[in-house]
Design a protein around this ligand. Sequence first.
Ligand code: 8YV
Length: 307
Amino acid sequence: MAKPEILVLTPMVQPAARAALAERFTVHGPDQAEAALASHGPAIAGLVATGRERVDAALLDLLPGLRILACFSAGTDNIDAAALAARGIRLTTTSAVLAEEVADLAMALLVMARRRLVAADAHVRGGAWAAGQGFPFGRSIQGKRLGLLGYGHIGAAIARRAAAAGLALRYCARSLRPGLDIPFHATPLALARDSDLLMVASSGGAANRNLVDAAVIRALGPAGTLVNIARGEVVEEAALLAALEDGGLGSAGLDVFQDEPRVDPRFAALPNVVLAPHIASATVETRDAMGAHVVASLTEALLQGKA
Ligand code: 8YV
């Protein structure tokens, strides 16, 4: 029997996943995407993408035989989920697979930002400590109120860690989570007003653009901290920079930015931020697990008839 054809729009470097895909499917890679769409469109049954590649009705029109889109990501920002649903195409993501890893980085960014760990490291390496210079006190997380914006797999994984670390949780999500016994707020502003620390763990996309605006940021106050491991566009970056510069917000830990990989140079001049290059899920183990999830999703849908 001929192998099902799949189009992989994103570079996937995981050796085990690449080998499994090549064994089970006829794979058209990202460098042959245009040619594959032109000559094999109707034969392609599976698609692999991340939230970065645009998957819209125009692309789906070129893929009339498509049965599944397996995302190598939690985010589906540029994916028209309604267009997929209208055509009966299954959509899978790796959000459950990467949640613990992303939550680890979120907690690290929180503590690092409040304890100024990057500046502390430079203080030791640069010889300031040896020269007798003191290092300014940081801010504690103990007993603080942590607002979670978004309560999906990642939000829930952060909540488990935060509860164990002694934080008092509250959340804002599209809807109230039944059975979740922490305070719910209907808007990001109401959440921020009731929080010392804010973790952005929502999805991205047009609907959530600038959800965290100047009022939300400033509601956290001069001793407050904002952590963003979601998408840069969810936070109004100009307002965040202004608040960090004028002391309206105490500190921030950021893994994502509005115009990645170009980061506004004003961030680099701030001692009260910790910056990471969108690496929350980027460990060998989790990227391998994400690759395995993509392979399993395509296998179920195209070889085991579970689509
Ligand atoms: C991606 C991400 O997984 O999962 C997401 O939504 O933002 C990233 O961690 C990464 O870009 C791999 O494609």
